[in-house]
Design a protein. Structure first.
Length: 241
């Protein structure tokens, strides 16, 4: 065999091997997220709701999942540029880019919690002008609508930091989803001493699908539908692994 023939054969064999591998589903995840949404170790996603959603959808698509970890402020531009296919457990109101949006993945509720050392609030309007623990880069359109300029953010890098600030009296109020609150109250050695949570908004999360990605909206919706029917995403936020 000539050298040229050898190279052609190798190219064919490599092409066949590549073709035998499953196509990828590239899932973007906020690298600053905490459990139960994500557990990140050495830059790798090792546990949490985002991991289970990605693995479940990839399985129903017949694809191999790959996770891309980026900080919250870089997610939108990267997804728009096609650096990943999907970003799940979000809402259109939380993001400003141009994406396709899937059907519902799961529903949850955003709540305001107040330290028991502070007076209990009975309406969000009572919060006007008071600092509220929030996460840097996250949008809260419902709070903006309710309080306008009276919505005073006290940003932290993640929810664990917010809860520590509340526990040590550095902030008296924080915004948190009910599922995350339930998770941390369950695992904390000393649960937060708080008043009953005040509901801010209920919402249904979806997947943002990149217009430049390798998967289409129809394929994502089909995978979510299959996962809903076989129960693999049932009660997912309430029962992370």
């Amino acid at each position: 065999m000539t050298m040229r023939g050898h190279f052609l054969l190798m190219a064919c064999l490599l092409g066949a091997a590549a073709g035998a591998r499953p196509a990828e589903l590239v899932v973007m995840v906020d690298s600053t997220a905490n459990m139960p949404m994500a557990l990140v170790e050495n830059g790798r996603l090792v546990d949490g709701v985002h991991k289970e959603i990605g693995e479940t959808l990839a399985r129903h698509m017949g694809r191999q999942v790959r996770f891309v970890m980026l900080p919250r402020k870089r997610l939108e531009a990267a997804l728009q540029n096609g650096e990943a296919d999907i970003l799940c457990a979000y809402m259109p109101e939380w993001m400003t880019g141009d994406y396709l949006w899937s059907r519902t993945v799961f529903a949850t509720e955003e709540v305001l919690i107040t330290a028991r050392s502070a007076p209990r609030l009975h309406a969000v309007a009572e919060l006007s002008g008071k600092p509220v623990g929030t996460i840097l880069g996250y949008l809260h359109p419902e709070m903006d609508a309710l309080l306008g300029k009276g919505f005073v953010r006290d940003n932290a890098p993640n929810m664990e930091s917010n809860m520590e600030k509340l526990a040590h009296g550095r902030v008296q109020h924080i915004l948190i989803t009910q599922v995350v609150l339930d998770y941390y109250q369950r695992i904390r050695r000393q649960p937060l001493a708080i008043h009953p949570p005040l509901s801010v908004a209920t919402f249904t999360t979806r997947c943002a699908v990149s217009r430049k990605g390798r998967v289409g909206l129809e394929e994502v919706d089909r995978a979510i539908g299959l996962a809903a029917r076989d129960g693999s995403l049932a009660n997912l936020p309430a029962h992370p692994r």
